[in-house]
Write a protein of this length. Structure first.
Length: 451
């Protein structure tokens, strides 16, 4: 009897399990996710990813006279970490001194050479002028001797006196010519010394200039703030090992964090909707709970092509209205640009729209049955889409196709209704798409923004 009791008990448990499986399994399978058609104002938004930058920032410059000493680019040998807060005059970076040190050594060698040349020229000039002065003294003595000879020959015959007079005149003319030559030699010596001294002074000034520029290879902060690495032409941050050129000798930046801008790129499909002055909801990926408001302040007129993408995009700048100490440059933002608000329209979730041979339809629930209903849709935002025809207010639609959905018949709209809402697509703005353009909407990632 006990054995039969256990057998009956086990059979009863199995029977209950089978019944529960069919009842609850059927209910789970038949459970449907639905949405109700809403009516009211419909916001049209363009959602895009952006990156925070400061509206204003002070540049931290490297040496300002590199071009004068013919140094065209310098590598950053060391720099403090990105985002470090510094005080005015505090150390920021060190630049590679290899090239300028070699130039200073070459200039020191040139200075020694010019100094030796100046000493040699001074000595040669002194010897030359001393020889000229000795010659003048000797000629002066010779002239005095001729004068004495002339005085002593007054009792000599006239021919002898005339000969002595001629010798005196020759001696006088030789002395005068030597005196003029000495003045010319002196002027030439002065010019030679000035030339050598000028070359020496020029080399000395160049050496001093290089020495002063070398001091600037240790870069300091011009004021207090947060140091942010500058981005070069390919979007990469200029950290250790990056090259700084003389045409844009910026080592880093000190952004003004009191006013921030979200720099983003809008694809060519949506750019026609974006206008200056439109309101924006700005979210920060690092702090999802934080929401800010903003406004479009600049829209590029010319498209550009980002690296690793074939689609054309337009740069858009959005100013963040609020100040918050958590906002930092290079943070990734999610921007919802409110481009338009359509009043008194029907809308449903985008997930409720399905397509079949270019016909949009929904799974409409009516009582206990489900039908496929063709719909005419309009503009959409991130989550919902406008329904122009095919549904009524408070109709219920499915977000997931029901079982055996392919067997449901499709209820088409009248042709006049379809023709009424048929519109031609708007042409793209600003440029002609190339054969490489895909025509698909571009989702700009933070990695692309940094490039």
């Amino acid at each position: 009897m006990a054995r039969k009791k256990y057998i009956y008990l086990i059979a009863l448990v199995l029977l209950l399990a089978i019944v529960s499986f069919f009842i609850f399994g059927k209910n789970d399978k038949g459970q449907q996710i639905t949405a109700t058609v809403k009516k009211g104002s419909f916001p049209i938004e363009v959602t895009t990813t952006g990156e925070l930058v400061a509206k204003r920032s002070e540049k931290i410059y490297g040496p300002t006279e590199l071009r004068q000493i013919q140094i065209w680019q310098v590598k950053i040998q060391d720099i403090i970490p990105d985002g470090t807060v510094v005080d005015s005059g505090q150390y920021v970076a060190t630049l590679d001194r290899t090239e300028i040190t070699n130039k200073i050594k070459d200039e020191e060698t040139n200075l020694e050479k010019l100094e030796s040349q100046m000493t040699k020229t001074r000595l040669d000039t002194s010897l030359d002028l001393r020889s000229s002065r000795d010659e003048l003294i000797n000629l002066k003595y010779s002239l005095e001797e001729k004068k004495i000879t002339l005085e002593q020959s007054k009792y000599e015959p006239p021919a002898t006196i005339r000969q002595v007079q001629i010798d005196l005149e020759k001696a006088q003319r030789t002395f005068e010519q030597a005196e003029k030559n000495y003045k010319l030699r002196y002027q030439k010596a002065v010019a030679n010394m000035q030339e050598v001294a000028a070359s020496f002074n020029q080399a000395q000034r160049k050496h001093e200039q290089m020495t002063n520029v070398l001091k600037q290879f240790t870069v300091q902060a011009p004021k207090a703030g947060m140091v942010i690495y500058k981005r070069n032409w390919d979007g990469n941050k200029m950290g250790i090992g990056a090259t700084m050129n003389v045409w844009e000798n910026i080592v880093a930046e000190l952004p003004d964090l009191s006013e921030m801008i979200s720099k983003t790129y809008i694809n060519e499909i949506d750019i026609s909707k974006v206008k200056v002055g439109q309101k924006v909801q700005v979210g920060i990926d690092a702090f999802p709970e934080k929401k800010f408001t903003g406004k479009v302040i600049e829209v590029a007129n010319i498209g550009e092509q980002l690296q690793s993408s074939n689609a054309k995009v337009y740069e858009v700048r959005i100013v963040v209205n609020e100040f918050d100490s958590i906002l930092r440059p290079a943070m990734t933002t999610k921007n919802k640009i409110l481009t338009n608000v359509v009043d008194n329209v029907l809308s449903i979730p985008i997930e409720a729209i399905f397509n079949n041979d270019s016909v949009a339809f929904v799974y409409k629930k009516s009582g206990g049955s489900v039908t496929r209903q063709q719909v005419i849709v309009g503009q959409s935002n991130e989550n919902e889409i406008i329904v122009k025809a095919g549904l009524k207010y408070e109709d219920v639609v499915l977000l997931v196709p029901p079982d055996k959905a392919e067997k449901l018949s499709l209820d088409l709209l009248p042709r006049d209704i379809v023709a009424k809402y048929k519109v031609k697509p708007a042409p793209p703005r600003q440029h002609k798409p190339s054969s490489r353009d895909t025509g698909k909407a571009l989702v700009v990632s933070p990695a692309l923004l940094k490039k």
